[in-house]
Design a protein around this ligand. Structure first.
Ligand code: HEM
Length: 421
């Protein structure tokens, strides 16, 4: 987002003017002023969606972490994003929308494929894919839309692990983005309802083919693991497998690409941080963690209370919706020193970008790996880069996305000479 910290005047605005729901607001500015104000003055704040459904916003780190850790009182089965505050039709069927004990049936076997160990074994293959992706712009330089380019980074990281065939890697990211932000002009294909329908249709078609293929030819991938599961004493139904493929692919695509774009933007705007990274490649791991905190690609995670529960002194009845604002928690001044500063050397960085507790992101290790490999390529191959045109942001209260980011890249002189020769 263009604005990365609250504007002092905004803090004096009445709380009643705060609107964390309206997707359009996220396209024009960040919500840091609102989050800052709520953390300070109203840590549990009620609001309604456009359809008049009440939800409570929780914005302090401590409370966001508390909600995410407590799956006994805060259920995921009703839906986890405000766009489906009326209830998600896949509730109870996909890994992210399940409560215990079924959730563990899916999560534990799938985790093996995404473990740090498994990811390390794939490092060389992923490095080659990252190199292929950036070769054009890092070798010859010039202006490239980084937002469009980075949409393909997640498949480089986990396309094979999920089991997705390479021919669908090119189109899947756009459909996935249309699925989470059908109101954004970049992804619109008709009205938001038509866009959503088309995106779902295309994705379901891909995943149906995939499930059929893996039934006949199982491999070492997420889809095959799901097909072979003991799901509470029965195999998982192919339709449930398909819905879970959807969750894995959406989880990967809609987040990883955005962190990469935010990272490039943050460094383009901070030449000192870029020069520091060039001279200290050992800082890549802390810089990756900082980019995750900085970008916080999922602004919020929704839960529904299953029993009366108290959050920061406010009693919530059973059946209330609670939006835990991860993006706010990641700027909480009581946890992060100088939270509005992008600091690639930040060592105390317990960010919640991957969530926390039972549903903490299963794809964390591959995401960290691919972002590290991207940054390593940048520091090795680029002299510098600057924003070369208007930056636009996604119209979504869920994903903190960048839809256009023109960047002018300058390769290191030796490499440019080698390419020209
Ligand atoms: C920078 C990249 C990523 C970020 C910031 C991110 C963020 C998150 C967050 C915040 C959650 C928790 C959701 C909740 O509590 O309701 C989550 C869960 C999940 N993510 Fe990611 N994610 C990333 C990459 C990936 C990748 C690469 C995959 C692909 C395999 C993936 C697949 C999933 C799945 C399947 C879940 C559900 C886990 C569960 O419910 O047990 N994510 N992710």
């Amino acid at each position: 987002m263009r604005m990365t910290e609250p504007v002092p005047d905004e803090l004096a605005q009445p709380l009643a003017g705060i609107d964390l729901y309206d997707p359009a607001r996220y396209a024009t500015s960040s919500q840091h002023d609102a989050w800052h104000r709520l953390r300070r003055d109203a840590p549990v704040w009620p609001q309604e969606t456009a359809d008049g459904i009440r939800f409570w916003s929780v914005t302090r780190y401590r409370d966001v972490a508390g909600v995410l850790m407590d799956d006994k009182n805060f259920s995921s089965a009703y839906g986890t994003i405000l766009a489906v505050a009326g209830g998600d039709s896949a509730g109870g069927q996909t890994i992210n929308l399940m409560d215990q004990p079924r959730h563990a049936d899916v999560r534990l076997p799938a985790m093996r494929l995404m473990s740090t160990h498994a990811v390390r074994n794939r490092a060389e293959q992923v490095r080659q894919r990252v190199r292929q992706l950036v070769a054009g712009c890092f070798d010859t330089g010039g202006v490239v839309d980084v937002a469009a380019l980075m949409l393909h980074l997640p498949m480089a990281a986990v396309g094979e692990t999920i089991g997705l065939p390479e021919p669908v890697w090119a189109d899947l990211p756009r459909w996935a983005m249309a699925g989470v932000a059908p109101e954004d002009p970049q992804y619109a294909d008709g009205t938001p309802a038509q866009t959503l329908r088309k995106a779902h249709h295309r994705l379901i078609e891909v995943f149906s083919d995939l499930v059929r293929h893996k039934q006949a030819h199982p491999g070492d991938d997420v889809v095959s693991v799901l097909l072979g599961l003991d799901f509470g004493g029965r195999p998982m139904d192919p339709h449930e497998v398909l819905l879970n493929c959807y969750s894995f692919a959406m989880g990967a695509v809609t987040t990883t690409a955005q962190v990469a774009s935010h990272l490039v933007l943050a460094l383009a705007e901070r030449p000192a941080a870029w020069q520091l990274l060039r001279s200290r490649p050992d800082l890549v791991p802390t810089a990756v963690e900082e980019s995750l905190r900085w970008a916080s690609p999922t602004n919020h995670l929704l839960r529904r209370t299953v029993a009366p529960v108290e959050v920061a002194g406010t009693r919530l009845e059973a059946g209330e919706l609670v939006a835990a604002w991860v993006a706010s928690a990641n700027r909480d001044e009581s946890v992060f020193a100088d939270p509005y500063r992008f600091d690639p050397q930040r060592t105390h960085n317990p960010h919640l970008a991957f969530g926390l507790g039972p549903h903490r992101c299963i794809g964390g290790p591959p995401a960290q790996q691919v972002l590290g490999l991207l940054l390593a390529e940048m520091t090795a191959r680029l002299e510098g880069f600057q924003v070369a045109g208007p930056v636009t942001h996604l119209r979504s209260n869920f994903i903190n996305g960048i839809t256009s980011l023109p960047v002018d890249f300058q390769p290191v002189a030796a490499r440019r000479a080698a390419v020209i020769a």
